[in-house]
Design a protein around this ligand. Structure first.
Ligand code: TYD
Ligand code: MG
Length: 481
């Protein structure tokens, strides 16, 4: 086999932990960092491979002020959501890792992106170490992709892959997946840390030398145990995670690292029969089944990256005197739920000790920021008291252990999204005096009532209707009849 490394290759052995990637010069039975047993595998490395890092600019020192900003034209990937997450398109020569659980849709996303680039006359090399040409053909037919301009190769040997790439000189290379690739002169099975890392280095060098962007996929397991993208994050330029709940058709593309843009952007997709489609107005999608004035249901303006997103939080409390009460959290953090229940019990006087409590975020979303605390608390209280939230209400705020409400970031952006979707009241913590005037002023013209509360107890009084409950439900039923 042709060695991937030219020059004087003085090789030596190191031992690499297959769990966490730690390198040591001598074999040990147990990794001193991650404490995994028998996880070290001998790996031959060549000194040139270690010392020669690729540089796209020269080697000499330059004063930063004298450096001319290289203007690179970014590739437009067709999907506006992907472009935004990348910071405005794909940078030539960049190595982008798309990580995600198996089956989430990484291959589908990259095939669709390849097709869109190919349509714009870019030659695309699509290399799969996992699927055969027939499988890809089937998938592309399902996605309505003709395949002109996409050159497919099913090959796990990376040295052969690089040779093919040199021959083709594509404008974009896709490698699916990095765990399926191997180099013959590296010890370890495909997917082991040493293989994955060396393969990524090889691709990084190829991308920089040829100024061609390379997209690679990487599987992450729930535990992140196998040589996951975690160990590659420092090699690649951009790390994107493709995420979603298994039962939901919505997928989010998040950026965890980006050398060419902010990591605050999130792209949203829906997986359908003919592949992934962008979701341009996610708030509307997630509220499509929301019914105004439902007991136990509160809308919260969350932020996904820097983009506001309205989600519906539902809670159901049911009496249970026989077994220890159960708490179920779908889409919110379980420990956060316990904290909120404790605060509601101790600081707002809700007797929840004999109640089973289920909290659910609709649409299969996960919301992890503390800004949703008040939404969860209001939904639980609404269900417990059988009291509806006041008309067209959104709630936001972090709940403290003393029952106080704490401010959240980017309040304006969140309220603006609520206004955009026609909500009329926003239950929230008291605004700090420095910004209060400005924020109240900016929403004066908008038809929204900012209801400020200092504690959870006060917020529940202001945000939930009293006595409206039972007879209202009866009334509505009568109306329907
Ligand atoms: P895939 O891209 O193979 O996932 P990954 O590469 O991340 O492992 O996507 C696999 C899933 O996507 C599979 O379960 C079927 C589903 N899917 C659709 O729902 N619609 C489609 O058009 C395609 C191509 C796949
Ligand atoms: Mg795949």
């Amino acid at each position: 086999m042709k060695s991937s490394n030219q020059g004087k290759s003085k090789s030596r052995s190191i031992f690499v932990c297959q769990q966490c990637g730690k390198e040591i010069p001598k074999w040990l039975g147990r990794c001193p960092d991650c404490h995994a047993w028998n996880s070290f595998v001998e790996t031959r490395v060549t000194s040139s491979r270690i010392t020669r890092r690729p540089h796209s600019t020269g080697n000499g020192l330059q004063e930063l002020s004298q450096v001319e900003r290289g203007d690179f034209a970014r590739f437009n990937l067709g999907f506006a959501e992907v472009n935004r997450v990348l910071g405005g398109g794909l940078v030539p020569g960049s190595l982008v890792l798309v990580g995600g659980e198996p089956g989430i849709g990484k291959s589908t996303l990259l095939l669709q992106v390849s097709a869109m680039l190919a349509e714009n006359n870019t030659v695309v090399a699509y290399i799969s170490g996992e699927e055969s040409v027939n499988q890809i053909k089937l998938r592309s037919e399902r996605l309505g992709i003709g395949g002109k301009g996409i050159y497919f190769l099913s090959e796990p040997d990376l040295a052969a892959v690089v040779e093919c790439l040199e021959g083709l000189s594509p404008g974009l290379a896709v490698i699916d997946s990095i765990q399926a690739m191997y180099l013959e002169d590296v010890v370890g099975t495909p997917g082991s840390i040493s293989q994955v890392r060396e393969c990524t280095w090889r691709l990084e060098r190829w991308a920089k030398q040829n100024s061609v962007p390379v997209l690679i996929t990487g599987h992450v397991t729930k535990e992140g145990a196998i040589a996951g993208p975690g160990t590659l994050e420092h090699i690649v330029d951009v790390v994107l995670y493709f995420e979603g709940e298994p039962f939901s058709s919505y997928r989010m593309l998040r950026s965890a690292k980006n050398r060419f843009g902010s990591t605050n952007e999130v792209g949203m997709f829906e997986m359908g029969d003919s592949g992934l489609a962008e979701v341009a107005n996610p708030s509307q999608v997630f509220l499509s089944a929301y019914r105004e004035g439902t007991v136990g249901s509160v809308v919260v303006p969350t932020l996904e990256g820097s983009r506001p997103l309205l989600v519906e939080i539902q809670a159901l409390t049911t009496p249970n005197s026989f077994t220890p009460p159960r708490r179920i959290a779908n889409g919110v953090d379980f420990n956060r739920l316990l904290l909120i229940i404790a605060v509601l019990t101790k600081r707002a006087g809700l007797k929840l000790f004999n109640q089973d409590i289920i909290v659910n975020v609709t649409g299969g979303l996960r919301v992890n920021e503390p800004a949703v605390d008040l939404g969860i608390a209001s939904a639980i209280a609404s269900s417990f008291h059988d009291a509806r939230p006041i008309s067209r209400l959104v709630a936001l705020g972090e709940v403290g252990l003393n029952g106080e409400l704490r401010g959240v970031s980017q309040v304006e952006r969140r309220i603006a999204e609520a206004v955009r979707l026609g909500f009329k009241s926003c239950l929230m913590p008291e605004l700090p005096s420095v910004i209060a005037g400005e924020i109240r002023q900016s929403f004066r013209a908008a038809d929204i009532n900012l209801i400020e509360a200092s504690s959870v107890a006060e917020a529940l009084k202001l945000g939930l209707t009293r006595d409206s409950k039972i007879q209202d439900v009866k009334g509505r039923n009568a109306e329907r009849r």
